[in-house]
Design a binder for this molecule. Structure first.
Ligand code: ZN
Length: 318
């Protein structure tokens, strides 16, 4: 048995990938997160969906080596405790419930930890001994591979790198802290900055508002505006990029990783955010001549967490 199933639970969609031990993706499937209901029925409904997905591939749970689940939110001992993006999933005993229905070992992991694991094994972090992953989505998530292992911390609460404060009295963050990286480099933060700049009529605001038209100032539209020469947008990305660079330098100085992987929608803003981030990081990194650091964009596309979950299902004691 060399096939594992990886499932990635997000606020809108649940994705599934069947992965062969060779690294080949055999099949994939996508469901609406809402279709699994709320609370106790979730594991039952998800198990049914998995069995149906497998049967379309002429497989059954018995053919699987294991199942790995990546979920947003606070995960502990196989339970989705809370998640801001999954309001109906509070205290769902997902690993136990699914394992009972499928008759297979089920492993549940935080989605960015799974993403980091996937990128390390199959993607941008291959071959690294120490790797840091930052996922710049709506918020900012983190994942760490240290000494060749996924690092989770003593209570499994580690690697919340987006909530590293980079400014003593900085912007308030949803977590209650001040100056978190997420409050500068997450998609919501960038969107807020753009909205505020347009509202107060900052230099270049009129041109940006005209360019955006009815589109919201999400990173993808802002990226298009930056490519179109919007100076205001370029400044906003610079601001986010510099904040990211400070965080990168803190992590590099603290952990001396071989590879730094940037993932998530914001990273798609490419050079507009990466160049200021790199410049800022370089000016703050200690012993720059000795550092052999590589900073790379993710290479598994949107499948990173799903593949990471499928790979974790293969680990003897992940
Ligand atoms: Zn925070």
């Amino acid at each position: 048995m060399s096939i594992t199933l990886g499932i990635d639970i997000g606020g809108t969609n649940v994705k599934g990938v069947l992965l062969h031990s060779s690294g080949q993706r055999l099949a994939r499937r996508r469901w609406k997160t809402d279709s699994f209901g709320a609370g106790k029925v979730i594991p039952v409904n998800l198990a049914e969906a998995i069995v149906e997905f497998l049967s379309k591939q002429k497989l059954s749970p018995g053919n699987l080596l294991g199942v790995g689940i990546a979920s947003a939110g606070l995960i502990a001992e196989g339970v989705v405790k809370t998640s801001p993006n999954l309001p109906h999933w509070e205290n769902v005993k997902l690993a136990q419930g699914l394992s009972k229905h499928l008759g297979k070992r089920v492993l549940l992991e935080n989605d960015v930890n799974a993403l980091a694991f996937g990128e390390w094994k199959l993607g941008a972090g291959r071959g690294a001994t120490n790797m840091v992953c930052l996922a710049l989505g709506t918020g900012v998530g983190g994942g760490l591979i240290l000494d060749g292992r996924l690092y989770k911390g003593s209570q499994g609460l580690g690697a919340e790198l987006g909530h590293m404060s980079i400014d003593l009295a900085g912007r308030p963050c949803l977590c209650g802290n001040l100056g978190c990286l997420e409050a500068y480099a997450g998609a919501s933060a960038i969107r807020n900055s753009a909205e505020q700049a347009i509202e107060r009529g900052a230099e270049g605001a009129l041109a940006l508002a005209k360019f955006l038209g009815k589109n919201p100032p999400e990173p993808e539209f802002l990226h298009a505006a930056a490519k179109n020469g919007s100076r205001l947008t370029i400044r906003l990305f610079e601001e986010a990029g510099r904040a990211l660079g400070v965080a990168v330098s803190n992590l590099v100085n603290g952990l001396n990783p071989d590879v730094f992987v940037l993932a998530g929608g914001v990273a798609r803003a490419g050079r507009f955010i990466l160049e200021p981030a790199l410049a800022e990081a370089r000016s703050r990194i200690m012993n720059p001549k000795e550092q052999k650091l590589k900073i790379r964009l993710r290479s598994l596309g949107d499948d990173g967490a799903c593949l990471g979950a499928a790979l974790l299902a293969r680990e003897p004691r992940a």
